[in-house]
Design a protein around this ligand. Structure first.
Ligand code: SF4
Ligand code: SF4
Length: 448
């Protein structure tokens, strides 16, 4: 029987129009813009300078601290700049710009598609390889994977859960990865499981709207004593770490506690694939799969792109730009990520990053926000909140700037899933206000 999480959640139409479009290798871009801030924690520190020549897979920035990750060149060519450039939100970030020449790779990286099944690396070697390959959580959080796999004192992992829920509407990158590269995903998961400890159990959580992926991963794990597939009832935000642990194991992560306190570590299936490539092929994280999908159904793609490719290049190749290099008239908005948690792109020249999961195109009609009315105290937002928060109250407190009370009502537990916003019949900008207040509180805390 399929499982699901116990509190809140919503059932938006899954709109996975691109599910039957195989992954295409996106052409190597003429120029890449590789941000040094592609992970949670300290930005990476460039080790190359203007004029240097680099090969694919070469280290170009080293970790800026323990919670950080190295960054590698995704193309070969000449470093034409190391300077702040605006990201997709317009915020300036130190960036390494590389003008591409050819496609020359660092020695020792295996590029053949042959699958390397045999695991010979020790747990220490696996851990070291993950850390040195710049692997971060590819489900969106971008937390450095080696840090997440480091056991905390007194907390013993019992389960490694591979997150194949992909609960955000439209996105199909993880689905395509599972059905096209299920073996590699499983080997990557097994590598992480071994790094955590031989007695750790592996679980692959997949929503029921991906029956082919469930069937295939079940087939691949049928003879395994360590791994099992857990089908999940379709429900958003099932792919949230805390919700997935609840769904798969029936264990709840307490307020302010880390997921590992339940004995579980969650890693995205894309991360597992990256771990496979790093350990079995010696390939650092320089490419990733994303979905390009438009709500009017005219554009459906799943691309494997080189990190740092400009968003405009991807949209242009997919057919979403006009001949003058502007977004085609039929589209009013580009969203980076899924429609629930993604953010609008304000700078099309900005690059895609390690964790970019999708570029979604919406028409004018769909982007029009309805006029907000008065709260009618229906409590729908409360029922939908998977963190058992009171969004209507947090909204009022945020508007009034009552920081202390926001914290007392657990504003920091908000996972920014947008379920409250989705359900509110008064169309109140609940999440926008809560997010603003939460970020302001966080900033204040950091200053203290
Ligand atoms: S965005 Fe925050 S407050 Fe709203 S439903 Fe999600 S967790 Fe609850
Ligand atoms: S869903 Fe909207 S209208 Fe209903 S209680 Fe929450 S904020 Fe008020």
């Amino acid at each position: 029987m399929s499982k699901t999480f116990s509190v809140g959640g919503i059932h938006p139409d899954d709109s996975k129009f691109s599910r039957d479009y195989p992954i295409e290798n996106f052409p190597i871009p003429k120029r890449v813009f590789i941000s040094t801030n592609q992970h949670l924690g300290m930005p990476a520190v460039p080790v190359v300078k203007k004029g240097d020549t680099v090969k694919v897979g070469q280290l170009i920035a080293e970790p800026g601290g323990y919670v950080s990750a190295p960054i590698h060149a995704s193309v070969s060519g000449t470093v034409s700049d190391v300077a702040p450039y605006p990201d997709f939100l317009g915020k300036k970030v130190l960036t390494v710009v590389i003008d591409t020449t050819g496609d020359q790779w660092e020695e020792g990286i295996e590029r053949s598609p042959e699958i390397r099944h045999e695991i010979i690396a020790t747990p220490e070697e696996i851990f070291k390889k993950i850390s040195g390959s710049g692997i971060v959580g590819l489900g969106g959080a971008s937390f450095p994977t080696h840090v997440k796999l480091t056991p905390l004192v007194g907390m013993k992992p019992e389960y490694l859960i591979l997150n194949g829920a992909e609960c955000e509407p439209y996105l199909t990158a993880d689905y395509r990865l599972m059905i096209e590269h299920g073996q590699e995903v499983l080997i990557g998961g097994e590598l992480m499981r071994r790094a955590l400890g031989a007695d750790v159990s592996g679980i692959i959580g997949i929503e029921e709207n991906k029956p082919r992926a469930i069937e295939l991963m079940r087939e691949l794990t049928s003879k395994s004593l360590q791994w099992k597939v857990v089908p999940l009832r379709k429900r958003y935000p099932q792919g949230g770490e805390k919700q997935l642990i609840d769904a798969a194991l029936g264990r709840r992560v307490a307020s302010f506690a880390l997921p590992i306190s339940t004995g579980a570590i969650v890693q995205n299936v894309g991360t597992a694939y990256a771990v496979y490539e790093a350990v079995q092929k010696n390939k650092p994280l320089i490419s990733k799969v994303l979905t390009v999908s438009s709500s009017d159904l005219s554009i459906q793609k799943n691309y494997r792109f080189r990190v740092g490719t400009p968003i405009a290049d991807i949209l242009s190749h997919a057919g979403a730009m006009d001949k003058d290099g502007n977004l085609s008239q039929q589209f009013a908005k580009v969203v980076n990520g899924g429609p629930m948690m993604g953010k609008p792109v304000s700078n099309l020249e900005a690059p895609v990053m390690k964790s970019t999961s999708g570029l979604l195109l919406f028409t004018e009609k769909e982007t029009k926000r309805k006029e907000p009315g008065e709260c009618i105290r229906c409590a729908k937002c409360f029922e939908a909140c998977p963190m058992r928060l009171q969004p209507y109250l947090l909204y009022q407190l945020a508007l009034a700037g009552r920081t202390q009370e926001l914290e007392e009502h657990r504003v920091f537990d908000c996972i920014e899933c947008g379920c409250c916003l989705y359900t509110c019949p008064a169309h109140l900008p609940l999440l926008d206000q809560i997010r603003l207040a939460r970020n302001a509180s966080l900033k204040n805390k950091r200053k203290k």
